[in-house]
Design a protein around this ligand. Structure first.
Ligand code: FAD
Ligand code: NAI
Length: 511
């Protein structure tokens, strides 16, 4: 009897597991094959969105696309989860794990969204057209054209700032896009293999194994931490010849790194870097870059300015953002933008000042917030709500005008009262819809990985700010970024990459 009970319990468990798996499989299948999307409707306005980064994608995620004919234009046909990009430079995470094809998510929208893989080269705000150019390797007979818009959202992000320092673009590596991370990964391995080449002089070995990072903002700090981890956990084991010569130096013009973090976290980061043997050179400004050394200026103990030549094998340039040419050009067309230097000046509804029917989100917009993913995502979501509201307002207003005509034509008082009641109801809805206030940024805090499985976090609580650093914060950092990944697919891939790295170490092959 007892055996019979166990057998049935076991069968039930087995069946429910199978049922669960089938249900999950069905969910994935349904997700992969969404229902037919509504086709573009010529009576609706054309909303053109430039870019597929944090700002634009957050907008697209939250937008009711059936209200507009949406066209997305970007040279990148995927969304990139930038917070984990530094981990791709050393192979802790594979780059495809943090990329989400834009078409993957656009096909789940109710109404079809057009996507063109192209750069926007010019925005003519008077003619209301954008000029686009397919800059990819393969070009068809048509590779430049123009796209008219009724409404335009500029979310093209920013470029890497070099401050006109000679040699940076030619010899340095940036860290903004996937190909930057791939270039750095290749270059690290090239430096290591070349340093161990037969008969290499000690001086050349020292140069090749000197990894220099310029810019002590979060990009520079996170990369330096990841690189030192790579050396400690993997390179040192697989290539023991480099163990005594590999070093990482972080150069920062200001008196300290991570200026946006609390003072105690800055100190904690600097102390951790010291323990990790990463050299920090603060108050040192890079002035010139050649293919084998950089020239950096600092003030010595006697107060004299000294220009030092620092040989390097890898140079990563992370000195922040500057305005993209297409944005600069738009700014030059609009008199109201003449005093704006760092990007498009926008009002509290993110509308570009001095232009009609143009909005800007993310790093290319200046709304008095730091250029972060957090800000861009919140701006994108706000704009989507704003556009949804505009569409609803227009819809209700047109319904109201039809009803007021109907009221005039109503045959008797009873019919007039009915229409009046309906109008009253619509007016109440209109009031509710129009209630949306201006954009308000809600800061959730800042997080940064600093190497050796440690992270720093400045987190905003209801009652104030919590500044914390260490290994527990590192687990928080990991879980926060895992939960923020774009899709379940990304989350699974990132998690698997972390496990792979833990078990097998990072891959040191140079592809
Ligand atoms: P982006 O995300 O840069 O997207 C711009 C889009 O525009 C891209 O799709 C690009 O291809 C496209 N584009 C470019 N030129 C054109 C053109 N001419 N025409 C059409 N499209 C164009 N922020 C945080 O809050 N937390 C973090 O942990 C964090 N980590 C970061 C790590 C790294 C390594 C980097 C580089 C940045 C990090 N940031 C982080 C900052 C964050 O990534 C940016 O603030 C954010 O990406 C800005 O979003 P955006 O939409 O304005 O621009
Ligand atoms: P940044 O602007 O934050 O820092 C650049 C640093 O480079 C500055 O401290 C500057 O003093 C220094 N610098 C400039 N020119 C120099 C020179 N010639 N020589 C030496 N040092 C020089 O840039 P970063 O780190 O690229 O970040 C860009 C934006 O992205 C920021 O808003 C940042 O908050 C955000 N971000 C956030 C992350 C996070 O929250 N974990 C990670 C990466 C970026």
């Amino acid at each position: 009897k007892r055996w019979g009970f166990f057998r049935w319990t076991w069968r039930l468990f087995y069946l429910s597991t199978l049922g669960g798996l089938a249900y999950t499989g069905y969910g994935i299948y349904i997700n992969r094959t969404p229902a037919d999307q509504q086709e573009p409707d010529p009576t609706k306005k054309t909303l053109v969105v430039l870019g597929t980064g944090w700002g634009s994608v957050s907008l697209l995620k939250n937008l009711d696309t059936e209200n507009y004919n949406v066209v997305v234009i970007s040279p990148r046909n995927y969304f990139l989860f930038t917070p984990l990009l530094p981990s791709c430079t050393t192979g802790t995470i594979e780059h495809r794990s943090i990329m989400e094809p834009i078409r993957n998510f656009l096909r789940h929208k109710k109404a079809a969204v057009k996507f063109y893989e192209a750069d926007c080269t010019k925005i003519d705000h008077e003619k209301k057209v954008v000029y686009i150019n397919d800059d990819s390797e393969i070009k068809g007979l048509s590779s430049t054209t123009e796209v008219p818009y009724d409404m335009l959202v500029v979310g093209v992000g920013a470029e890497n700032a070099t401050f006109g320092i000679p040699g940076v673009r030619e010899h340095g590596c940036f860290l903004k896009e996937v190909n930057d991370a791939q270039k750095i990964r290749k270059r690290i391995m090239d430096c290591c293999e070349t340093a161990t080449f037969k008969d290499q002089s000690q001086e050349e070995k020292n140069r090749l194994l000197h990894m220099v990072v310029v810019g002590g903002g979060p990009t520079g700090v996170e990369f330096a931490g990841e690189l030192q981890d790579f050396f400690e956990n993997d390179l040192k084991k697989w290539i023991p010849e480099i163990a005594n010569n590999f070093r990482v130096t972080l150069i920062e013009a200001l008196p300290n790194v991570l200026p946006m973090f609390s003072k105690n976290l800055i100190e904690y980061t600097e102390q951790t870097f010291k323990e990790e043997t990463i050299e920090i050179r603060t108050k040192t400004m890079v002035k010139n870059v050649t293919d084998t050394y950089i020239e950096a200026e600092y003030t010595d103990a006697s107060g004299k300015k000294v220009l030092e030549k620092i040989p390097y094998g890898l140079l990563v340039w992370a000195t922040g953002n500057t305005v993209r040419p297409v944005v600069k050009d738009l700014m030059s067309q609009i008199p109201a933008q003449k005093d704006s230097r760092r990007g498009l000046a926008v009002n509290e509804y993110l509308a570009v000042k001095g232009a009609e029917e143009i909005w800007a989100v993310g790093d290319c917009a200046i709304a008095n917030y730091a250029p972060t993913a957090q800000v861009a995502a919140q701006e994108g979501a706000f704009l989507a709500r704003h556009f949804n509201q505009l569409a609803k307002t227009e819809q209700i207003e047109s319904q109201l005008s039809i009803l007021s005509e109907d009221q005039g034509k109503a045959p008797n008082q009873e019919a007039r009262d009915l229409v009046f009641a309906e109008m009253k109801d619509l007016q109440r809805r209109l009031k509710r819809v129009k209630q949306m206030g201006p954009f308000e940024y809600s800061h959730q805090g800042s997080l940064a990985y600093i190497g050796s499985e440690k992270a720093v976090a400045d987190i905003s609580w209801l009652t104030g700010n919590l500044a914390t650093g260490g290994q527990l914060t590192y687990f928080f950092w990991r879980s926060a970024y895992l939960s923020m990944c774009f899709s379940t697919r990304n989350r699974v891939l990132v998690f698997v990459d972390w496990m792979k790295t833990k078990i097998f170490g990072r891959d040191v092959s140079r592809e």
